[in-house]
Design a protein around this ligand. Sequence first.
Ligand code: ADP
Ligand code: ASP
Ligand code: MG
Length: 417
Amino acid sequence: MARLVMKFGGTSVADIDRIRNVAHHVKREVDAGHHVAVVVSAMSGKTNELVAWCKAAAPRHDAREYDAVVASGEQVTAGLLAMTLESMGIPARSWLGWQLPIITSDAHASARILDVNADELVKGFKERGEVAVIAGFQGIHKETGRITTLGRGGSDTSAVAIAAAMQAERCDIYTDVDGVYTTDPRVVPKARRMEKIAFEEMLELASLGAKVLQVRSVELGMVHNVRIFVRSSFEAPDSIDPHGTPPGTLICDEAEIMEQQVVTGIAFSKDEAQVSLRRVQDKPGVAAAIFGPLADGNINVDMIVQNVSADGATTDLTFTVPSADYDRARDILTKVKGTVGYDRIDGATDVTKVSVIGIGMRSHAGVAAQAFKALAERGINIRAITTSEIKFSLLIDSAFTELAVRTLHSLYGLDKA
Ligand code: ADP
Ligand code: ASP
Ligand code: MG
């Protein structure tokens, strides 16, 4: 019998009615003869509440205790869904990460899955015809025996890892939109749903801000060749033909996609901050003196722009860091002011990184140049630019985010008819 993973995000399990709706989606697949493992998130808003409680209890808390707290939201929904299924006459039981186990690294709050033991799940399917309901987002570090979590949005990654471990035919990600769109459909009403998208492009979209899938889940899907299908939990469970193709987006190999556009999608992220060092000494070793201490502080530097020195002696250097690390980055740079040698630090947190993604850029020149022109015509200033093989990113003022995304969406012919 074919094995299926069904993952339901926060809005899909937001209350008891929504959980009952999920149970009906599961029942449909069980009745169609599938062996089903369900992965659930916490009820929407729950994880935010738990995170806030940790901050209120102790602003500088131990990450191991943070994980013990925030992993609890998924325990509740796993139990509730299992008992709902049982009450409908479907054999089911809940599983927490440590019970399988799902083994992770010890990077608490952003742990990586190292191994998933699916033996008990498969035994449950074969011996008892039992649906496994697994708490997403969590695992255990083997050596310390402590509970870990996978970073925000991590239930997607739990689902794909479990699908790989039990060799599932497909991993269905049920969410509050019916697939992956050319950009966030809540920001651009003209965004179009894609039938298919290549792993590589989805990886870029996710890592540049489209939170519909956690980046790590796409990486795992690519490595283990898991077919990931993003679809809506809001469609009436009984109106769907389990053997048909419902609306949704398949994340798959590039080779499976017949028609390839130059630009496939646009992502944006407001979690960026800009740091500019003015009148930095223009001499060898300066970049190392600046970026070395930031790396030591575990701060990820993204876009970097160095101006040509006007006086031959000093230059301006601009780069971006995650906005959560902005204050820390400034502190570190202030400490090394003497060794680096610069005049002053300027910075801004009201900036957005807008990124344009498409495998077709490999073979098309001038794609970015079109964007510069279109944004200039709308009076949008570009603060920094980075490019790579299949994407480019622009840093702009946050106030212009929607205008910029909509402009680029139309420019590259992505608007739906
Ligand atoms: P879940 O709780 O089900 O995991 P998320 O909120 O994490 O759901 O992800 C779904 C959301 O991702 C959508 O509501 C949508 O606003 C947002 N999103 C951002 N970019 C995209 C995109 N390109 N396609 C679809 N959804 C997107
Ligand atoms: N509940 C976790 C979060 O809100 C994990 C998830 O939803 O995927 O980040
Ligand atoms: Mg999510």
